[in-house]
Design a protein around this ligand. Structure first.
Ligand code: PGA
Length: 250
């Protein structure tokens, strides 16, 4: 199974900056060892340009968000067809910033997963507990609830292209990475849930870790058997640090 290294650029990069970053990543990614898949999630405005730069390379692109309706009166929203049209093959669903800052509920995220799969986009489904939940010993309960809420209505055949990303909220953008042991424990729990729900498909589903991943901790995280890749925010905004992280995935 390839190691997936994904860069979430969030609300960063103008068109010119995005093109230049994508060009550097594409050029340098050619030297990465086989078995590393690189994904970029640029802002919408740069998606078509970045997808164009990535064409015929080992780098794929995705949208950071979309609306599950096919089309219609949804001012400010982007559909799955629009993402595909811009060259994306992936889409983030359930990122904690969408859950907490934009009020996306488990039920809405489930709708998005279904719409993404139907449209032919691969969902990168994010979930994770916040600090209060962890400190109250509720991590597994929260992960199980997010899993059931977002993915519970799907059968294995619908989720063959789905990738999960465990992102503890307290580790996102804080510089406070989960220790490899903490990450592994949650990954192990998520794996059990996936296998219980979807059998062989669940056993094969890549589970990425995200939250303050840096070149200095990527190798150790990736050395754990259940960590199938990394979702990188801040450190994906420069080609050097992102490629160093991707290089640790070999
Ligand atoms: P971070 O973000 O690497 O800046 O912590 C990760 C994410 O939000 O996906």
């Amino acid at each position: 199974m390839p190691t997936v290294i994904a860069g979430n650029w969030k609300m960063h990069k103008t068109l010119r900056e995005a093109r230049s970053l994508a060009e550097s990543i594409v050029e340098q990614s050619a030297r990465l060892p086989a078995g590393v898949d690189v994904l970029l999630f640029p802002p919408f405005t740069a998606l078509a340009v970045v997808s164009n730069v990535c064409r015929d390379s080992r780098v794929a692109t995705g949208g950071q968000n979309f609306h599950p309706a096919r089309e219609g009166a949804f001012t400010g929203e982007i559909s799955a067809r629009m993402l595909l049209d811009a060259g994306a093959t992936w889409v983030l669903v359930g990122h904690s910033e969408r859950r907490t800052r934009f009020g996306e509920t488990d039920a809405f995220l489930g709708e998005k997963v279904g719409a993404a799969v139907t449209a032919g986009l691969r969902p990168l489904f994010c979930l994770g507990e916040d600090l209060a939940q962890r400190e109250a010993g509720r991590t597994e309960e929260i992960l199980a609830r997010q899993m059931a809420g977002g993915l519970g209505s799907f059968g294995a055949s619908e989720l063959e292209t789905l990738v999960v990303a465990y992102e503890p909220v307290w580790a996102i953008g804080t510089g406070r990475t989960a220790t490899p042991d903490q990450a592994e424990a949650s990954h192990h729990f998520l794996r059990e849930q996936c296998v219980e729900r979807w059998g062989a498909t669940g056993a094969a589903m890549p589970i990425l870790y995200g939250g303050s991943v840096q070149p200095g901790n990527a190798g150790e995280l990736l050395s754990r058997s259940e960590i199938g890749g990394l979702l990188v925010g801040g450190a994906s905004l420069e080609a050097g640090s992102f490629l160093e992280i991707a290089g640790a995935g070999a």
